[in-house]
Design a protein around this ligand. Structure first.
Ligand code: PLP
Length: 624
Protein backbone atom coordinates (compact mmCIF):
# COMPACT_ATOMS: atom_id res chain seq x y z
CA UNK A 1 0.00 0.00 0.00
CA UNK A 2 2.73 2.47 0.95
CA UNK A 3 4.82 2.11 -2.18
CA UNK A 4 5.72 5.79 -2.10
CA UNK A 5 6.96 5.91 1.50
CA UNK A 6 4.29 8.39 2.59
CA UNK A 7 4.40 7.11 6.15
CA UNK A 8 8.11 7.89 6.26
CA UNK A 9 8.00 11.46 4.95
CA UNK A 10 4.41 12.44 5.77
CA UNK A 11 5.19 13.41 9.39
CA UNK A 12 1.74 12.19 10.38
CA UNK A 13 0.06 14.80 8.13
CA UNK A 14 -0.27 12.53 5.10
CA UNK A 15 -1.32 8.90 4.93
CA UNK A 16 -3.28 6.47 2.80
CA UNK A 17 -6.90 5.60 3.55
CA UNK A 18 -8.54 2.19 3.42
CA UNK A 19 -9.93 3.24 0.03
CA UNK A 20 -6.46 3.85 -1.39
CA UNK A 21 -6.59 7.64 -1.32
CA UNK A 22 -4.10 10.06 0.18
CA UNK A 23 -5.58 11.61 3.29
CA UNK A 24 -4.52 14.71 5.16
CA UNK A 25 -4.58 14.82 8.95
CA UNK A 26 -3.75 18.42 9.85
CA UNK A 27 -3.31 17.68 13.55
CA UNK A 28 -1.41 14.36 13.61
CA UNK A 29 -3.07 12.96 16.76
CA UNK A 30 -6.59 13.86 15.57
CA UNK A 31 -7.24 11.08 13.03
CA UNK A 32 -10.93 11.96 13.21
CA UNK A 33 -10.13 15.17 11.31
CA UNK A 34 -8.65 13.41 8.27
CA UNK A 35 -9.84 14.35 4.81
CA UNK A 36 -9.07 12.70 1.50
CA UNK A 37 -7.36 14.70 -1.22
CA UNK A 38 -9.65 13.33 -3.97
CA UNK A 39 -12.58 14.70 -1.94
CA UNK A 40 -10.85 18.05 -1.75
CA UNK A 41 -10.27 17.98 -5.51
CA UNK A 42 -13.98 17.35 -6.05
CA UNK A 43 -14.70 20.48 -4.02
CA UNK A 44 -12.09 22.47 -5.89
CA UNK A 45 -13.43 21.35 -9.28
CA UNK A 46 -16.99 22.11 -8.19
CA UNK A 47 -15.84 25.65 -7.42
CA UNK A 48 -14.66 25.99 -11.00
CA UNK A 49 -10.93 25.79 -10.39
CA UNK A 50 -8.84 23.96 -12.95
CA UNK A 51 -5.68 21.98 -12.29
CA UNK A 52 -2.89 22.60 -11.43
CA UNK A 53 -3.84 23.81 -7.98
CA UNK A 54 -1.62 24.66 -5.07
CA UNK A 55 -3.47 23.36 -2.05
CA UNK A 56 -2.63 24.98 1.28
CA UNK A 57 -3.78 23.37 4.49
CA UNK A 58 -3.78 26.14 7.05
CA UNK A 59 -3.87 23.95 10.12
CA UNK A 60 -0.66 22.19 9.08
CA UNK A 61 1.14 25.51 9.34
CA UNK A 62 -0.33 25.99 12.81
CA UNK A 63 0.67 22.47 13.81
CA UNK A 64 4.27 22.99 12.70
CA UNK A 65 4.55 26.23 14.71
CA UNK A 66 3.17 24.43 17.77
CA UNK A 67 5.46 21.50 17.18
CA UNK A 68 8.58 23.72 17.22
CA UNK A 69 7.51 25.61 20.34
CA UNK A 70 6.41 22.49 22.19
CA UNK A 71 9.72 20.81 21.40
CA UNK A 72 11.69 23.78 22.72
CA UNK A 73 9.47 24.01 25.83
CA UNK A 74 10.06 20.34 26.52
CA UNK A 75 13.82 20.65 26.01
CA UNK A 76 13.93 23.73 28.25
CA UNK A 77 11.90 22.01 30.98
CA UNK A 78 13.90 18.78 30.79
CA UNK A 79 17.24 20.57 31.00
CA UNK A 80 16.16 23.12 33.58
CA UNK A 81 17.22 25.91 31.21
CA UNK A 82 16.52 29.35 32.66
CA UNK A 83 16.18 31.31 29.42
CA UNK A 84 13.35 31.47 26.89
CA UNK A 85 12.89 30.38 23.33
CA UNK A 86 11.63 32.76 20.64
CA UNK A 87 10.92 31.60 17.11
CA UNK A 88 11.03 33.98 14.17
CA UNK A 89 9.74 33.18 10.70
CA UNK A 90 12.05 34.21 7.84
CA UNK A 91 9.75 35.92 5.37
CA UNK A 92 11.91 34.93 2.38
CA UNK A 93 10.88 31.28 2.73
CA UNK A 94 7.32 32.01 1.63
CA UNK A 95 6.46 35.70 1.47
CA UNK A 96 2.77 35.27 0.64
CA UNK A 97 0.70 37.54 2.83
CA UNK A 98 -1.53 34.66 3.79
CA UNK A 99 1.47 32.78 5.18
CA UNK A 100 2.93 35.67 7.16
CA UNK A 101 -0.54 36.55 8.44
CA UNK A 102 -1.15 33.01 9.67
CA UNK A 103 2.33 32.71 11.24
CA UNK A 104 1.86 35.94 13.16
CA UNK A 105 -1.74 35.41 14.21
CA UNK A 106 -1.48 31.76 15.23
CA UNK A 107 2.11 32.25 16.43
CA UNK A 108 1.06 35.12 18.74
CA UNK A 109 0.41 32.61 21.55
CA UNK A 110 4.13 31.77 21.42
CA UNK A 111 5.34 35.32 20.64
CA UNK A 112 6.53 34.05 17.28
CA UNK A 113 8.24 36.89 15.42
CA UNK A 114 9.57 37.59 11.94
CA UNK A 115 12.92 37.76 10.21
CA UNK A 116 13.36 40.30 7.41
CA UNK A 117 16.25 40.02 4.98
CA UNK A 118 15.44 43.09 2.90
CA UNK A 119 13.68 46.43 3.12
CA UNK A 120 10.57 45.10 1.44
CA UNK A 121 10.40 42.20 3.88
CA UNK A 122 10.82 44.57 6.83
CA UNK A 123 8.00 46.74 5.52
CA UNK A 124 5.85 43.62 5.28
CA UNK A 125 6.88 42.57 8.80
CA UNK A 126 6.08 45.98 10.30
CA UNK A 127 2.54 45.78 8.98
CA UNK A 128 2.00 42.78 11.29
CA UNK A 129 3.58 44.41 14.39
CA UNK A 130 1.38 43.85 17.42
CA UNK A 131 3.14 41.82 20.03
CA UNK A 132 5.85 43.66 22.06
CA UNK A 133 7.36 40.29 22.96
CA UNK A 134 7.75 38.96 19.43
CA UNK A 135 11.19 39.65 17.94
CA UNK A 136 11.87 41.21 14.59
CA UNK A 137 15.29 40.32 13.24
CA UNK A 138 16.67 42.55 10.49
CA UNK A 139 19.26 40.74 8.41
CA UNK A 140 20.56 41.62 4.96
CA UNK A 141 22.15 44.75 3.47
CA UNK A 142 20.66 47.86 4.95
CA UNK A 143 20.33 51.31 3.45
CA UNK A 144 19.22 54.39 5.35
CA UNK A 145 15.50 53.73 4.83
CA UNK A 146 15.86 50.15 6.08
CA UNK A 147 17.84 51.27 9.14
CA UNK A 148 15.38 54.09 9.92
CA UNK A 149 12.38 51.78 9.82
CA UNK A 150 14.05 49.29 12.12
CA UNK A 151 15.07 52.07 14.51
CA UNK A 152 11.52 53.42 14.61
CA UNK A 153 10.27 49.94 15.49
CA UNK A 154 12.81 49.92 18.39
CA UNK A 155 11.65 53.32 19.50
CA UNK A 156 8.04 52.11 19.45
CA UNK A 157 9.04 49.49 22.01
CA UNK A 158 9.36 46.39 19.86
CA UNK A 159 12.32 44.02 20.18
CA UNK A 160 13.60 44.82 16.71
CA UNK A 161 17.27 43.87 16.19
CA UNK A 162 19.51 45.42 13.56
CA UNK A 163 21.93 42.64 12.72
CA UNK A 164 25.21 43.99 11.36
CA UNK A 165 26.20 41.88 8.37
CA UNK A 166 28.90 44.20 6.97
CA UNK A 167 31.38 46.22 9.01
CA UNK A 168 30.27 49.48 7.35
CA UNK A 169 26.66 49.12 8.52
CA UNK A 170 27.43 50.05 12.09
CA UNK A 171 28.30 53.68 11.30
CA UNK A 172 25.00 54.13 9.48
CA UNK A 173 23.10 52.63 12.43
CA UNK A 174 24.92 54.90 14.90
CA UNK A 175 24.35 57.98 12.79
CA UNK A 176 20.64 57.35 12.23
CA UNK A 177 20.05 56.27 15.86
CA UNK A 178 21.46 59.62 17.01
CA UNK A 179 19.09 61.48 14.67
CA UNK A 180 16.03 59.41 15.60
CA UNK A 181 17.15 59.53 19.22
CA UNK A 182 16.89 55.86 20.11
CA UNK A 183 19.25 53.31 21.67
CA UNK A 184 19.33 50.66 18.93
CA UNK A 185 19.28 46.96 19.62
CA UNK A 186 22.33 45.79 17.73
CA UNK A 187 23.08 42.24 16.69
CA UNK A 188 26.07 40.87 14.83
CA UNK A 189 26.07 38.13 12.29
CA UNK A 190 29.20 36.07 12.56
CA UNK A 191 31.03 33.91 10.07
CA UNK A 192 31.50 30.56 11.72
CA UNK A 193 34.42 28.35 10.87
CA UNK A 194 32.00 25.44 11.21
CA UNK A 195 30.52 24.20 7.94
CA UNK A 196 27.70 21.80 7.30
CA UNK A 197 27.01 19.29 4.55
CA UNK A 198 23.92 19.49 2.32
CA UNK A 199 22.54 21.44 -0.63
CA UNK A 200 22.15 24.91 0.82
CA UNK A 201 24.99 25.31 3.26
CA UNK A 202 27.25 27.83 1.54
CA UNK A 203 26.16 30.32 4.22
CA UNK A 204 28.63 28.72 6.65
CA UNK A 205 32.43 28.57 6.76
CA UNK A 206 35.21 31.15 6.43
CA UNK A 207 34.33 31.85 2.79
CA UNK A 208 30.65 32.51 3.44
CA UNK A 209 29.58 35.76 1.87
CA UNK A 210 27.71 37.03 4.93
CA UNK A 211 28.76 37.99 8.41
CA UNK A 212 31.77 39.32 10.27
CA UNK A 213 34.96 37.43 11.00
CA UNK A 214 36.42 37.56 14.50
CA UNK A 215 38.70 40.54 13.70
CA UNK A 216 35.71 42.53 12.45
CA UNK A 217 33.72 41.50 15.53
CA UNK A 218 36.44 42.85 17.80
CA UNK A 219 36.63 46.09 15.78
CA UNK A 220 32.85 46.48 16.13
CA UNK A 221 33.03 46.00 19.89
CA UNK A 222 35.82 48.61 20.13
CA UNK A 223 33.81 51.10 18.11
CA UNK A 224 30.69 50.60 20.21
CA UNK A 225 32.74 51.00 23.36
CA UNK A 226 34.32 54.16 21.94
CA UNK A 227 30.90 55.78 21.43
CA UNK A 228 29.63 54.42 24.76
CA UNK A 229 27.07 52.20 23.13
CA UNK A 230 28.38 48.74 23.94
CA UNK A 231 25.18 48.23 25.98
CA UNK A 232 23.33 48.17 22.64
CA UNK A 233 25.06 44.97 21.54
CA UNK A 234 22.54 42.36 22.59
CA UNK A 235 22.33 39.64 19.96
CA UNK A 236 24.63 37.20 18.23
CA UNK A 237 23.42 35.64 15.00
CA UNK A 238 24.66 33.08 12.52
CA UNK A 239 23.07 31.07 9.76
CA UNK A 240 24.90 27.91 8.83
CA UNK A 241 22.71 27.20 5.82
CA UNK A 242 19.34 25.73 5.09
CA UNK A 243 18.41 22.02 5.30
CA UNK A 244 21.29 20.81 7.47
CA UNK A 245 20.98 17.02 7.41
CA UNK A 246 23.46 16.15 10.15
CA UNK A 247 22.83 16.97 13.82
CA UNK A 248 26.57 16.89 14.47
CA UNK A 249 27.06 19.97 12.26
CA UNK A 250 24.29 21.76 14.13
CA UNK A 251 25.84 20.99 17.50
CA UNK A 252 29.33 22.09 16.40
CA UNK A 253 28.02 25.40 15.12
CA UNK A 254 26.06 26.10 18.31
CA UNK A 255 29.16 25.38 20.35
CA UNK A 256 31.33 27.75 18.31
CA UNK A 257 28.69 30.48 18.49
CA UNK A 258 28.39 30.05 22.26
CA UNK A 259 32.13 30.60 22.64
CA UNK A 260 31.90 33.83 20.65
CA UNK A 261 28.87 34.87 22.72
CA UNK A 262 30.88 34.29 25.90
CA UNK A 263 33.75 36.30 24.41
CA UNK A 264 31.42 39.22 23.73
CA UNK A 265 30.12 39.18 27.31
CA UNK A 266 33.67 39.23 28.64
CA UNK A 267 34.25 42.25 26.40
CA UNK A 268 31.47 43.99 28.30
CA UNK A 269 28.49 43.62 25.98
CA UNK A 270 25.24 42.75 27.78
CA UNK A 271 24.04 40.29 25.06
CA UNK A 272 21.02 38.21 26.11
CA UNK A 273 19.94 36.80 22.72
CA UNK A 274 21.51 33.98 20.75
CA UNK A 275 20.03 33.64 17.26
CA UNK A 276 20.94 30.37 15.57
CA UNK A 277 19.38 31.15 12.17
CA UNK A 278 17.61 28.52 10.07
CA UNK A 279 18.79 25.08 9.06
CA UNK A 280 16.28 22.78 10.76
CA UNK A 281 15.85 20.29 7.94
CA UNK A 282 12.80 18.60 6.46
CA UNK A 283 12.88 14.85 5.94
CA UNK A 284 11.78 15.02 2.29
CA UNK A 285 12.66 11.42 1.48
CA UNK A 286 11.68 9.95 4.83
CA UNK A 287 14.99 8.11 5.17
CA UNK A 288 15.89 9.73 8.54
CA UNK A 289 19.50 9.84 7.36
CA UNK A 290 22.09 12.53 6.72
CA UNK A 291 21.34 12.47 2.96
CA UNK A 292 20.83 15.99 1.67
CA UNK A 293 17.05 15.49 1.30
CA UNK A 294 16.66 14.22 4.82
CA UNK A 295 17.86 14.73 8.40
CA UNK A 296 19.27 12.32 10.92
CA UNK A 297 17.46 13.90 13.87
CA UNK A 298 13.96 14.69 15.08
CA UNK A 299 12.71 18.16 16.03
CA UNK A 300 12.83 17.10 19.68
CA UNK A 301 16.47 16.09 19.31
CA UNK A 302 17.29 19.33 17.51
CA UNK A 303 15.83 21.40 20.33
CA UNK A 304 17.34 19.26 23.09
CA UNK A 305 20.81 19.41 21.52
CA UNK A 306 20.66 23.18 21.16
CA UNK A 307 19.39 23.80 24.67
CA UNK A 308 21.88 21.41 26.27
CA UNK A 309 24.84 22.81 24.33
CA UNK A 310 24.00 26.43 25.14
CA UNK A 311 23.33 25.58 28.78
CA UNK A 312 26.57 23.59 29.09
CA UNK A 313 28.73 26.50 27.91
CA UNK A 314 26.87 29.15 29.92
CA UNK A 315 26.96 27.11 33.13
CA UNK A 316 30.65 26.45 32.67
CA UNK A 317 31.21 30.21 32.34
CA UNK A 318 28.67 31.01 35.05
CA UNK A 319 26.68 33.23 32.72
CA UNK A 320 22.89 33.69 32.54
CA UNK A 321 21.12 31.56 29.95
CA UNK A 322 20.31 33.63 26.87
CA UNK A 323 17.02 33.76 25.00
CA UNK A 324 17.47 31.30 22.17
CA UNK A 325 16.09 32.38 18.80
CA UNK A 326 15.80 30.20 15.72
CA UNK A 327 14.79 31.31 12.24
CA UNK A 328 13.21 28.08 11.00
CA UNK A 329 11.55 28.62 7.67
CA UNK A 330 11.59 25.42 5.68
CA UNK A 331 10.49 23.26 8.61
CA UNK A 332 7.68 25.70 9.40
CA UNK A 333 6.05 25.92 5.97
CA UNK A 334 7.18 22.99 3.78
CA UNK A 335 4.37 20.59 4.82
CA UNK A 336 1.66 23.14 4.40
CA UNK A 337 1.39 23.15 0.57
CA UNK A 338 0.73 20.37 -1.91
CA UNK A 339 0.82 20.91 -5.65
CA UNK A 340 -1.95 18.94 -7.34
CA UNK A 341 -1.85 18.27 -11.07
CA UNK A 342 -3.46 15.97 -13.59
CA UNK A 343 -1.80 13.82 -16.20
CA UNK A 344 -2.67 14.84 -19.75
CA UNK A 345 -1.10 12.13 -21.83
CA UNK A 346 1.42 9.31 -21.88
CA UNK A 347 4.10 8.37 -24.32
CA UNK A 348 5.65 4.93 -24.28
CA UNK A 349 8.85 3.52 -25.65
CA UNK A 350 7.07 0.35 -26.56
CA UNK A 351 8.13 -1.30 -29.82
CA UNK A 352 5.54 -1.71 -32.55
CA UNK A 353 4.77 -5.31 -33.41
CA UNK A 354 6.70 -6.50 -36.46
CA UNK A 355 6.39 -9.47 -38.73
CA UNK A 356 9.18 -11.86 -38.02
CA UNK A 357 9.77 -12.53 -41.73
CA UNK A 358 11.63 -9.47 -42.83
CA UNK A 359 11.92 -8.52 -46.50
CA UNK A 360 14.36 -10.64 -48.49
CA UNK A 361 16.35 -7.65 -49.59
CA UNK A 362 16.69 -6.21 -46.05
CA UNK A 363 20.16 -4.79 -45.38
CA UNK A 364 22.48 -7.12 -43.45
CA UNK A 365 22.44 -4.83 -40.40
CA UNK A 366 18.72 -5.61 -40.00
CA UNK A 367 19.35 -9.32 -40.48
CA UNK A 368 22.00 -9.06 -37.75
CA UNK A 369 19.53 -7.39 -35.38
CA UNK A 370 17.02 -10.17 -36.00
CA UNK A 371 19.75 -12.73 -35.27
CA UNK A 372 20.49 -11.00 -31.96
CA UNK A 373 16.81 -11.12 -31.06
CA UNK A 374 16.57 -14.83 -31.83
CA UNK A 375 19.78 -15.72 -30.00
CA UNK A 376 18.80 -14.08 -26.70
CA UNK A 377 19.09 -16.34 -23.64
CA UNK A 378 19.53 -15.64 -19.94
CA UNK A 379 23.24 -16.40 -20.31
CA UNK A 380 24.08 -13.89 -23.01
CA UNK A 381 22.02 -10.81 -22.07
CA UNK A 382 25.01 -8.48 -21.78
CA UNK A 383 26.50 -9.72 -25.04
CA UNK A 384 23.20 -9.29 -26.89
CA UNK A 385 22.80 -5.85 -25.37
CA UNK A 386 26.24 -4.83 -26.68
CA UNK A 387 25.49 -6.26 -30.13
CA UNK A 388 22.10 -4.57 -30.30
CA UNK A 389 23.64 -1.16 -29.54
CA UNK A 390 26.39 -1.79 -32.09
CA UNK A 391 23.98 -2.68 -34.90
CA UNK A 392 21.55 0.10 -33.98
CA UNK A 393 24.40 2.63 -34.29
CA UNK A 394 25.49 1.11 -37.58
CA UNK A 395 21.92 1.32 -38.86
CA UNK A 396 21.80 5.01 -38.05
CA UNK A 397 25.17 5.67 -39.64
CA UNK A 398 24.12 3.91 -42.82
CA UNK A 399 20.94 5.99 -42.85
CA UNK A 400 23.08 9.16 -42.65
CA UNK A 401 24.95 8.02 -45.77
CA UNK A 402 21.77 7.22 -47.67
CA UNK A 403 22.46 3.45 -47.65
CA UNK A 404 19.34 2.62 -45.57
CA UNK A 405 15.84 3.90 -46.37
CA UNK A 406 13.52 5.54 -43.86
CA UNK A 407 11.30 2.43 -43.80
CA UNK A 408 14.33 0.18 -43.23
CA UNK A 409 15.58 2.37 -40.41
CA UNK A 410 12.16 2.23 -38.80
CA UNK A 411 12.11 -1.59 -39.06
CA UNK A 412 15.63 -1.82 -37.62
CA UNK A 413 14.77 0.41 -34.68
CA UNK A 414 11.62 -1.59 -33.95
CA UNK A 415 13.67 -4.78 -33.74
CA UNK A 416 16.21 -3.00 -31.56
CA UNK A 417 13.51 -2.01 -29.06
CA UNK A 418 12.16 -5.56 -29.01
CA UNK A 419 15.62 -6.75 -28.03
CA UNK A 420 15.97 -4.11 -25.30
CA UNK A 421 12.52 -4.82 -23.86
CA UNK A 422 13.19 -8.54 -23.81
CA UNK A 423 16.52 -7.97 -22.04
CA UNK A 424 14.84 -5.63 -19.52
CA UNK A 425 12.34 -8.38 -18.66
CA UNK A 426 14.84 -11.25 -18.60
CA UNK A 427 17.42 -9.44 -16.54
CA UNK A 428 15.02 -9.50 -13.56
CA UNK A 429 15.39 -13.29 -13.49
CA UNK A 430 19.15 -13.07 -12.90
CA UNK A 431 20.67 -13.31 -9.43
CA UNK A 432 23.44 -10.86 -10.25
CA UNK A 433 22.43 -8.07 -12.59
CA UNK A 434 25.23 -6.50 -14.67
CA UNK A 435 25.44 -2.78 -13.73
CA UNK A 436 24.81 -1.60 -17.28
CA UNK A 437 21.56 -3.56 -17.44
CA UNK A 438 20.31 -2.61 -14.00
CA UNK A 439 19.01 0.73 -15.21
CA UNK A 440 17.14 -0.53 -18.27
CA UNK A 441 13.75 -0.25 -16.60
CA UNK A 442 14.37 3.45 -15.98
CA UNK A 443 15.66 3.95 -19.50
CA UNK A 444 12.44 2.42 -20.85
CA UNK A 445 10.18 4.40 -18.55
CA UNK A 446 7.02 5.95 -19.97
CA UNK A 447 6.70 9.70 -20.11
CA UNK A 448 3.63 10.97 -18.26
CA UNK A 449 2.79 14.53 -19.26
CA UNK A 450 1.76 16.49 -16.19
CA UNK A 451 -0.27 19.69 -16.32
CA UNK A 452 2.34 21.82 -14.56
CA UNK A 453 5.47 23.86 -15.09
CA UNK A 454 8.44 22.59 -13.11
CA UNK A 455 10.03 26.05 -13.49
CA UNK A 456 7.01 27.80 -11.97
CA UNK A 457 5.97 25.34 -9.27
CA UNK A 458 9.02 23.22 -8.36
CA UNK A 459 11.97 25.44 -9.31
CA UNK A 460 14.38 23.72 -6.91
CA UNK A 461 13.73 20.39 -8.65
CA UNK A 462 15.04 21.95 -11.85
CA UNK A 463 17.73 24.24 -10.49
CA UNK A 464 19.46 22.14 -7.87
CA UNK A 465 18.00 18.64 -8.29
CA UNK A 466 16.05 18.90 -5.08
CA UNK A 467 13.69 15.95 -4.70
CA UNK A 468 10.13 16.31 -3.47
CA UNK A 469 7.82 13.40 -2.67
CA UNK A 470 5.57 12.90 -5.70
CA UNK A 471 2.85 10.27 -5.90
CA UNK A 472 -0.66 9.53 -7.17
CA UNK A 473 -3.28 10.71 -4.72
CA UNK A 474 -5.75 7.92 -5.55
CA UNK A 475 -5.98 4.32 -6.91
CA UNK A 476 -3.48 3.28 -4.24
CA UNK A 477 -5.08 -0.12 -3.67
CA UNK A 478 -4.19 -0.98 -7.26
CA UNK A 479 -0.68 -2.11 -8.09
CA UNK A 480 0.85 0.41 -10.49
CA UNK A 481 1.88 -1.36 -13.68
CA UNK A 482 3.91 1.34 -15.40
CA UNK A 483 7.22 3.01 -14.66
CA UNK A 484 7.37 6.64 -15.62
CA UNK A 485 9.13 9.96 -15.57
CA UNK A 486 7.03 13.11 -15.58
CA UNK A 487 7.36 15.79 -18.23
CA UNK A 488 5.80 19.20 -17.71
CA UNK A 489 4.05 21.24 -20.40
CA UNK A 490 6.79 23.79 -20.98
CA UNK A 491 8.58 22.92 -24.18
CA UNK A 492 11.95 22.73 -22.48
CA UNK A 493 13.78 19.45 -22.16
CA UNK A 494 14.73 20.42 -18.59
CA UNK A 495 11.02 20.59 -17.71
CA UNK A 496 10.84 17.10 -16.30
CA UNK A 497 10.85 15.20 -13.03
CA UNK A 498 13.06 12.16 -13.25
CA UNK A 499 14.41 11.82 -9.70
CA UNK A 500 12.12 10.50 -7.05
CA UNK A 501 12.54 9.80 -3.38
CA UNK A 502 13.52 6.38 -2.28
CA UNK A 503 14.47 5.14 1.12
CA UNK A 504 17.81 3.97 -0.33
CA UNK A 505 18.63 7.20 -2.12
CA UNK A 506 17.07 8.23 -5.39
CA UNK A 507 15.04 6.35 -7.96
CA UNK A 508 14.97 7.46 -11.57
CA UNK A 509 11.39 6.50 -12.41
CA UNK A 510 8.12 6.35 -10.54
CA UNK A 511 5.62 3.47 -10.51
CA UNK A 512 2.34 4.84 -11.85
CA UNK A 513 -1.03 3.48 -12.94
CA UNK A 514 -2.32 3.08 -16.47
CA UNK A 515 -4.50 6.01 -17.49
CA UNK A 516 -8.15 5.12 -17.82
CA UNK A 517 -10.30 6.56 -20.56
CA UNK A 518 -12.49 9.46 -19.44
CA UNK A 519 -11.00 9.48 -15.95
CA UNK A 520 -8.53 11.99 -14.56
CA UNK A 521 -5.34 10.71 -13.00
CA UNK A 522 -4.04 13.06 -10.32
CA UNK A 523 -0.62 13.33 -8.78
CA UNK A 524 0.54 15.43 -5.84
CA UNK A 525 3.95 17.00 -5.25
CA UNK A 526 4.21 17.24 -1.48
CA UNK A 527 6.17 19.39 0.99
CA UNK A 528 6.41 22.29 -1.46
CA UNK A 529 5.50 25.14 0.92
CA UNK A 530 9.05 26.44 1.35
CA UNK A 531 10.85 28.59 -1.24
CA UNK A 532 9.05 27.19 -4.31
CA UNK A 533 6.30 29.77 -4.75
CA UNK A 534 8.31 32.92 -5.27
CA UNK A 535 11.45 31.36 -6.71
CA UNK A 536 9.29 30.06 -9.57
CA UNK A 537 9.47 31.83 -12.90
CA UNK A 538 7.43 32.49 -16.00
CA UNK A 539 9.25 30.11 -18.33
CA UNK A 540 7.14 29.70 -21.51
CA UNK A 541 4.72 32.14 -19.85
CA UNK A 542 3.16 29.61 -17.49
CA UNK A 543 2.02 31.75 -14.58
CA UNK A 544 1.04 31.32 -10.97
CA UNK A 545 -1.25 28.35 -10.44
CA UNK A 546 -4.66 28.54 -8.79
CA UNK A 547 -4.34 28.45 -5.02
CA UNK A 548 -6.93 27.02 -2.67
CA UNK A 549 -6.55 27.25 1.11
CA UNK A 550 -8.52 24.95 3.34
CA UNK A 551 -8.93 24.57 7.06
CA UNK A 552 -10.38 21.59 8.84
CA UNK A 553 -12.35 22.72 11.86
CA UNK A 554 -12.36 21.08 15.29
CA UNK A 555 -15.76 19.53 14.54
CA UNK A 556 -14.40 17.98 11.35
CA UNK A 557 -16.07 20.42 8.95
CA UNK A 558 -14.05 21.61 6.03
CA UNK A 559 -13.72 25.29 5.10
CA UNK A 560 -12.50 26.49 1.75
CA UNK A 561 -10.96 29.54 3.37
CA UNK A 562 -9.49 31.25 0.32
CA UNK A 563 -9.39 30.76 -3.40
CA UNK A 564 -6.92 32.69 -5.49
CA UNK A 565 -7.23 32.72 -9.23
CA UNK A 566 -3.98 31.77 -10.99
CA UNK A 567 -2.55 34.10 -13.62
CA UNK A 568 -4.48 34.51 -16.83
CA UNK A 569 -2.66 34.71 -20.15
CA UNK A 570 -3.28 38.48 -20.14
CA UNK A 571 -1.70 38.71 -16.67
CA UNK A 572 1.53 36.97 -17.63
CA UNK A 573 1.78 38.92 -20.87
CA UNK A 574 1.44 42.17 -18.97
CA UNK A 575 4.29 41.06 -16.63
CA UNK A 576 6.55 41.06 -19.67
CA UNK A 577 5.36 44.50 -20.81
CA UNK A 578 2.63 43.54 -23.30
CA UNK A 579 -0.60 45.47 -23.31
CA UNK A 580 -3.39 42.89 -23.80
CA UNK A 581 -5.90 45.51 -25.01
CA UNK A 582 -3.47 46.86 -27.60
CA UNK A 583 -2.64 43.30 -28.65
CA UNK A 584 -6.31 42.50 -29.26
CA UNK A 585 -6.65 45.71 -31.25
CA UNK A 586 -3.64 44.85 -33.43
CA UNK A 587 -4.97 41.36 -34.01
CA UNK A 588 -8.32 42.85 -35.00
CA UNK A 589 -6.53 44.82 -37.76
CA UNK A 590 -4.83 41.66 -38.94
CA UNK A 591 -8.23 39.93 -39.08
CA UNK A 592 -9.67 42.86 -41.11
CA UNK A 593 -6.83 42.50 -43.60
CA UNK A 594 -7.54 38.77 -43.84
CA UNK A 595 -11.15 39.64 -44.75
CA UNK A 596 -9.95 42.06 -47.43
CA UNK A 597 -7.62 39.43 -48.83
CA UNK A 598 -10.54 37.00 -49.01
CA UNK A 599 -9.15 34.46 -46.54
CA UNK A 600 -11.94 34.74 -43.99
CA UNK A 601 -15.50 36.03 -43.86
CA UNK A 602 -16.81 38.72 -41.54
CA UNK A 603 -18.48 35.93 -39.51
CA UNK A 604 -15.12 34.18 -39.28
CA UNK A 605 -13.57 37.37 -38.00
CA UNK A 606 -16.04 37.36 -35.11
CA UNK A 607 -15.02 33.79 -34.25
CA UNK A 608 -11.33 34.58 -34.62
CA UNK A 609 -11.59 37.53 -32.23
CA UNK A 610 -13.66 35.52 -29.78
CA UNK A 611 -10.95 32.80 -29.72
CA UNK A 612 -8.21 35.40 -29.22
CA UNK A 613 -10.03 37.21 -26.42
CA UNK A 614 -11.02 33.98 -24.68
CA UNK A 615 -7.40 32.87 -24.89
CA UNK A 616 -6.25 36.10 -23.25
CA UNK A 617 -8.63 35.62 -20.35
CA UNK A 618 -7.89 31.92 -19.90
CA UNK A 619 -5.63 30.06 -17.48
CA UNK A 620 -2.05 29.61 -18.72
CA UNK A 621 -2.19 25.84 -18.08
CA UNK A 622 -3.94 23.15 -20.08
CA UNK A 623 -7.70 23.58 -19.77
CA UNK A 624 -10.01 20.64 -20.45
N1 PLP B 1 17.74 32.82 8.26
C1 PLP B 1 18.53 33.24 7.27
C2 PLP B 1 19.46 34.38 7.51
C3 PLP B 1 18.49 32.62 6.01
O1 PLP B 1 19.26 33.05 5.01
C4 PLP B 1 17.60 31.54 5.83
C5 PLP B 1 17.51 30.84 4.54
O2 PLP B 1 18.43 30.29 4.01
C6 PLP B 1 16.80 31.12 6.90
C7 PLP B 1 16.89 31.79 8.11
C8 PLP B 1 15.83 29.99 6.79
O3 PLP B 1 16.46 28.77 6.79
P1 PLP B 1 15.59 27.43 6.85
O4 PLP B 1 14.57 27.54 5.79
O5 PLP B 1 16.58 26.36 6.63
O6 PLP B 1 14.98 27.33 8.19
Amino acid sequence: LDLYGVRNWGAGYFDISQDGEVIITPIPDRKDLSISIPRLIEGIRARGKEMPVLLRIENILDSQISCLHNAFSLAIANAGYKGNFRGVYPIKVNQQKQVVEEVTSFGARYHHGLEAGSKAELIAALSFLKDPEACIICNGYKDEEFVDLALWACKMGFPCFLVVEMPGELELILERAAIIDVRPRVGIRIKLASKAGGHWTESGGDRSIFGLDTTQVVALVDRLREVEMLDCLQLLHYHLGSQIPNIRDIRNAVLEACRIYVGLISEGAPMGYLDLGGGLAVDYDGSHTNFSNSRNYSIDEYCADIVETVMGVMDEEELPHPTIITESGRATVAYYSVLLFNILDVSRLEPQPFLSDIPEDAPDVIVNLVDVLHSLTLRNLQECFNDAIYYRDELRQRFQHGAVTLRERSLGETIFWHIIHTIAQDVKKLKRIPPELSELDDALADIYYGNLSVFQSLPDAWAIDHIFPIMPIHRLLEKPTRNAVIADITCDCDGKLDSFIDIQGVRRSLPLHELRPDEEYYLGAFLVGAYQETLGDLHNLFGDTNVVSVRIREDGTLDYVKEMEGDSVADVLSYVEYNPKAMAERFRHTAEMAIKAGFISVEDRYKVMKAYETGLLGYTYYER
